[in-house]
Design a protein around this ligand. Structure first.
Ligand SMILES: Nc1ncnc2c1ncn2[C@@H]1O[C@H](COP(=O)(O)OP(=O)(O)OP(=O)(O)O)[C@@H](O)[C@H]1O
Length: 706
């Protein structure tokens, strides 16, 4: 049997190969899923025809294309003794062989030894025997084949069940495959999504990497900078350390020095304390002395005032000074006609000194000053022809409180007056008149020229008062000063410091009997703070007067001007020394009277009515002044309630408080030196003498204690 079925191992091998192929195909089918037809269903289950099956099994496939299990190999004919060519062998029949068949060939045409049909060699007995043997062999082969077929059928059945099982598996696998496919699809999508995400992440990552790289570069840069800073800092630190160490050394040195100095300082402090105590003691003593001296000074100030007043009283409360002005070059021109040699005046005008002196001698009156010690006398000599033709010489002696010769200076005149300024600061009313004919030098005496040396009594008195007020501060007094400047023209009061139109405003004179002060309504009263301010005020007054003069002609000679300076003080004390609170008020009236020559000049023809009016006004006011002074004199001599006619003129009414017994009055008689003015001069001298002989009571100081 083993020889009869030599293909069995081959078939087994083929089966295993076929299974492997099926598995591979199944595996392939899993890779490429397709529906497999059921083997039993697509092919009729008919008995196997080995030859055909054997022939077709190798290559047949199901209609579905699924590889079928390989058919069993056809029993092979026993190998022939000699090999035959496959191509000449007859086709294999599936019917049982009636005669020996040609040996079977393999699909490749190779002859299988011992299994092919045996060809008859032709009618010999050996051949018949051989044929029977072969027949027997064939029978046994066919039986074997039948057995094989049965076995094959069983195998087939087994295979079919396996196939069915495999198909079921295949179906399950296909489903799994489909599921797997959809899963795969999902996974692919996920994969794509994941890939995108990965891509994005990669980009992001690369960006981050770039950022990080930049950051790293930046950090590197910063690090370099920090390292550089660190290096600099280290260098600085090193330097600082060196400095600190040198400072430490210095401190050590200085500590030693400080210790030394502290020791010295303590010693010095101690000695200074001693010194201070000593000095404090001395200072206290000195302070006490100063206080005592201040008290003494204040007391002596009171004594001084009393003494000063006594001296003034002894001198008389109304005093008269006489001042003769020099002959002026202009006089030579004016009175050239009265010169014996008129030509000399011309030459004198051109500056010839010999001629001038000669003409001067000719023009001036005979005035002499015999009292060269006290300068109190003036002698006027005049010669006149009597009716019989005899020359008559007359000598007139006049004595005054002081006579100033033509060459006397403004300073000399003021020296005598300055005492009155002091009295004013002390709280007295002072009145200084300039009396005299036109051109005698009244304005020059009162106001003076522009230069320092020629400045008159008003600016000098003001300066003096400021000086005295300043001095009095050291004695505990504080002063305020105010000034006004009025003009009385044709019995009308005008404000020389006013801003309104001249001569238009009406001003009234008012006296306060309680305080003894005089006020004029609507006049400019200026607070005086410095002598220079007073000088500018005088200039303003002068310009206003000059302006009026162009309208009225020679206004200054035809009107009285009254500059009033009021001073008020209070004793506030000095430093720690309290003041007495005493108050005092004084006034200084500086009066430039109108020309006095009116007494002899008459405009009776009425040609110049204005001039007549002026003359009458001047006459009235100067007469009233004489009357007031005379009445005051009488009152002083006899006492009682003698009426004083202050109201007879604006001038006397204005000066009421400065002419009364409470005041100090000075009249400066200005005289012209010219012979041509001799009669006028004599009249003035007589008037002044009358005034000088008057005694006006006792001046009273205006004080109040608050
Ligand atoms: N002592 C003096 N020394 C030098 N010149 C004088 C002196 N006195 C007066 N004079 C001069 O005489 C002239 C007349 O003087 P002043 O004007 O002062 O006279 P007056 O009396 O005020 O005249 P009027 O009444 O017209 O104002 C002026 O030029 C003045 O400078």
């Amino acid at each position: 049997m083993a020889d009869a079925d030599p293909s069995l191992p081959v078939r087994a091998t083929n089966n295993s190969l076929k299974r492997k192929a099926i598995i591979e195909e199944d595996e392939e089918a899993v890779d490429q899923p397709r529906k497999l037809p059921a083997i039993g269903a697509t092919r009729p289950n008919r008995p196997l025809q080995p030859s055909r099956t054997a022939t077709n099994l190798n290559t047949s496939r199901g209609a579905t294309g699924v590889a079928l299990p390989k058919p069993l190999t056809k029993p092979k004919a026993p190998a022939l003794t000699r090999s035959t060519r496959g191509t000449s062998a007859p086709p294999v029949s599936s019917k049982p062989l009636s005669r020996p068949t040609a040996p079977s060939r393999t699909t490749a045409g190779r002859v299988v030894s011992g299994s092919g049909p045996v060809r008859s060699t032709g009618g010999r007995p050996s051949d018949d025997k051989r044929f029977q043997e072969l027949q027997t062999q064939l029978t046994s082969i066919e039986e074997a084949r039948a057995a094989d077929a049965a076995r094959l059928a069983a195998d087939m059945e087994a295979e079919r069940s396996k196939v069915a099982e495999l198909q079921a598996n295949h179906l399950a696998l296909s489903r799994e495959l489909a599921t797997a496919k959809s899963q795969e699809l999902n996974q692919r999508r996920e994969l794509v999504h994941a890939s995108d995400e990965i891509e994005n992440l990669k980009k992001k990552h690369s960006m981050e990497v770039m950022d990080l790289e930049m950051d790293v570069k930046k950090r590197d840069r910063e690090l370099r900078e920090v390292n550089e800073d660190l290096r600099i800092c280290r260098a600085d630190l090193e330097r600082e350390r060196e400095t600190v160490s040198s400072l430490k050394n210095t401190i050590t040195h200085q500590s030693t020095a400080h210790l030394t100095i502290t020791t010295q300082n303590n010693a010095l402090r101690h000695s200074r304390q001693l010194c201070i105590s000593e000095l404090t003691l001395k200072l206290e003593t000195a302070q006490k002395q100063v206080d005592d001296m201040k008290k003494e000074a204040m007391e002596s100030e009171l004594v001084r005032r009393k003494l000063h007043n006594m001296v003034q009283e002894l001198k008389g409360n109304i005093r008269v000074f006489c001042r003769v002005r020099p002959v002026l070059p202009s006089d030579l021109t004016t009175y050239a006609g009265s010169l014996s040699s008129p030509g000399s005046s011309t030459s004198s005008a051109s500056g010839g000194s010999i001629d001038f002196d000669k003409a001067k001698e000719e023009l001036q009156a005979s005035l002499s000053y015999p009292d060269q010690r006290d300068h109190k006398e003036i002698v006027v000599s005049s010669s006149s022809s009597s009716a019989t033709g005899q020359e008559r010489k007359e000598i007139y002696n006049f004595a005054f409180d002081r006579v100033f010769e033509p060459d006397s200076t403004q300073a000399e005149v003021f020296e005598e007056i300055s005492q009155l300024a002091q009295s004013c600061v002390d709280g007295y009313n002072v009145c200084i008149f300039a009396y005299g004919q036109t051109g005698s030098g009244k304005s020059f005496t009162m106001e003076g020229g522009a230069s320092e040396s020629s400045s008159g009594m008003i600016p000098r008195a003001v300066e003096q008062m400021f000086r005295v007020a300043e001095d009095m501060k050291t004695r505990g007094w504080e002063y305020k000063m105010e000034g006004q400047f009025l003009e009385i023209y044709n019995e009308t009061v005008n404000d020389l410091l006013g801003k309104g139109e001249f001569d238009k405003k009406k001003h009234e004179i008012k006296h306060d009997p309680k305080t003894g002060s005089t006020r004029v309504t609507d006049v400019e009263v200026v607070q005086l703070s410095s002598p220079s301010q007073v000088r500018s005020l005088l200039a303003i007054a002068q310009s206003r007067r000059s302006m009026a003069a162009t309208l009225m002609n020679e206004r200054s000679s035809r009107s009285h001007s009254v500059f009033t300076l009021r001073i008020s003080g209070v004793n506030v004390g000095i430093d720690d020394c309290p003041g007495t609170g005493e108050k005092c008020e004084g006034s200084l009236n500086l009066v430039d009277l109108a020309g006095s020559e009116r007494l002899n000049v008459s405009f009776a023809n009425g040609a110049d009515k204005e001039r007549v009016k002026e003359t009458q006004s001047i006459n009235k006011s100067l007469s009233a002044l004489g009357d007031v002074i005379a009445a005051l004199g009488e009152k002083g001599e006899k006492g009682g309630d003698k009426h004083i006619p202050y109201r007879n003129s604006k001038l006397t009414y204005l000066l009421q408080n400065s002419l009364s017994g409470n005041s100090k009055t000075l009249m400066v008689l200005n005289l012209s030196p010219l012979a041509a003015h001799l009669q006028e001069s004599l009249t003035s001298l007589r008037f002044a003498t009358k005034v000088n002989n008057t005694t006006i009571g006792t001046a009273k100081k205006q004080t109040r204690v608050s």
